[in-house]
Design a protein around this ligand. Sequence first.
Ligand SMILES: Cc1cc2nc3c(=O)[nH]c(=O)nc-3n(C[C@H](O)[C@H](O)[C@H](O)COP(=O)(O)OP(=O)(O)OC[C@H]3O[C@@H](n4cnc5c(N)ncnc54)[C@H](O)[C@@H]3O)c2cc1C
Length: 408
Amino acid sequence: MFAIVGGGLAAGRAVERLRELGFDGRLVVFTDEPRLPHERPPLSKQYLRGQLPESRLLVRPADFYAENAVEVRTSTRVTGLSALDRTLTLADGERLRYDRLLLTLGSEAIRPAIPGADLTGVETLRTVEDADRIRQRLRKGSGVLVLGAGFLGSEVAATAREMGCEVHLVEAGNIALGALGPEVAEWAAEQHREHGVQLRTGATVTRFEGSGEVEAAVLDGGSVIPCQLVVLAVGARPRVQLAQKARLQVGDGVLVDGACRTSVPEILAAGDIARFPSPGGTTRSEHWDNAQLQGRHAAESMLGPVEDFSALPYVWTELYGSTVQQLGTWAPARPSLVRGDPASGRFTALQLDGGRLRACVAVNQYPAVKWARQVMESGTILDPDKLDEDGPRVWSEQARGPLKLRLD
Ligand SMILES: Cc1cc2nc3c(=O)[nH]c(=O)nc-3n(C[C@H](O)[C@H](O)[C@H](O)COP(=O)(O)OP(=O)(O)OC[C@H]3O[C@@H](n4cnc5c(N)ncnc54)[C@H](O)[C@@H]3O)c2cc1C
C-alpha cells in the first residue's frame, strides 16, 4: 500500500501523478478534514467573499478518486507512525502497514499567547471551517482587526474591507507585505489607505477584551479598537509531530533530500511540511506552487530514482483586484530596479546580481513574470541599461523614463 497523509494540495497532486505514471497498487489518502484534497488560496479571497462554492476548492472532483481506485479516508486522523514496522496508527486505534508513505501534513496557524485570544471571534485562518466562521462575522459596518500584514493578513484585511467592514490592520514590523520588497510594500500600504483600511505598523496588541465574545483590542500604545472579529495572521508552523514520533530528522520542517525522502527513505514528505535542499542550504516553502510541484515530485520518487527537486520560488497574492506575483527570492540588501509607475497600478521590481536576474516582483504585469521565468531558467545575463529593449514588450509600451534605482 502507498499511503499519503494529508488532504491538501500536495496530497492531491501526488495522487494524480502516481496514477498518471501507471502506479496501479493500493493507494490510500488519510486526511483529518471532512473533504477530499483541496486548495486553500481562495479561503482568504473568493471563498471568503462568498463568491466561490466549496466544490471549487477541490484539487480533483470526487469522480476522479472513484475512477482511479483511490481510497480517501476523510475525517481520519493519523496519530501514530512507526518507521521500524512501517505502520500508521489511526485515531480509532486501527493500524495499517504501508510500503511507501508520503507525509503532506502542511502547516498550522500560530496562535500568539495574547491575553483574551481565547475569546469567541478571535480566529486563525487555515481551513474551510475557519473561513466559514470568519465570513459569518464579516458584516457590513462591523469592526475587524487583523493582526499581521503579511500575505494572509493583507488579503483578509482587503476582503473584509471589500465586504464593508471597518478594518484595522496591525503589523509589528514597519511595512506590509515586506517579503515582496519595499516597492510593493509601499504600494500595498497605499492600497490599504486608499480603500479605507487603517494600517498601523510598528504596533502590537497587548490584550483582547470582551465577555465571552471579543469586543475590543488594546494596542501597546494604549489605544482601544472596537472589533467583533479578530483574525490572527502572524505565521504558521509545520506539523512535524508525527515525524517526531517516528524519529525522523526534523528541524523547522521534516528534512528531506532532493528526492523528497526523509531520513527513512521509504517515508517521503512534500509541501509546507518539507524542508528541502536549496542553493546555500535548505529551505521550506509555505506557498501553493511549491506544494503542487513537490507533491508531484514526491510521487515520482515513490516509484523510482528521480533528479533533485528544483523549482524557482514562486508566490502570488491578490489585493483589491490586483495580482502581485513574485518569482525568485527577494534579498533585502540587494538594490532593485523598477519598471512602470507604482501609482498606475502596473509595475515591476527586479533584483539583479552580476547581470543575473534573481527576483522579479510584478503588480498586474503577467508578461513580466513570464519573461523573468525565461530569463532565470536560461541563465541569461542582462544589461540593466537595455531592459526596455530586452524586457517584455509591455515595458516599451509604457511611458519611457529612466529606470529608478533604489539602494536601500
Ligand atoms: C487562507 C490561505 C490562503 C493562501 N493563499 C495563498 C496564495 O494566494 N498564494 C500562495 O502561493 N499560497 C497561498 N497559501 C498557501 C498554500 O495554500 C499552502 O502552501 C498549501 O496549502 C500547502 O499545501 P500542503 O498540501 O503542503 O498542506 P495543507 O494544505 O496544509 O494540507 C495539509 C493536510 O494535512 C492534514 N493533516 C494534518 N495532520 C494530519 C493528521 N495527523 N492526520 C491526517 N491528516 C492530517 C490537514 O488537515 C490538511 O488536510 C494560502 C494558505 C492559506 C491557509
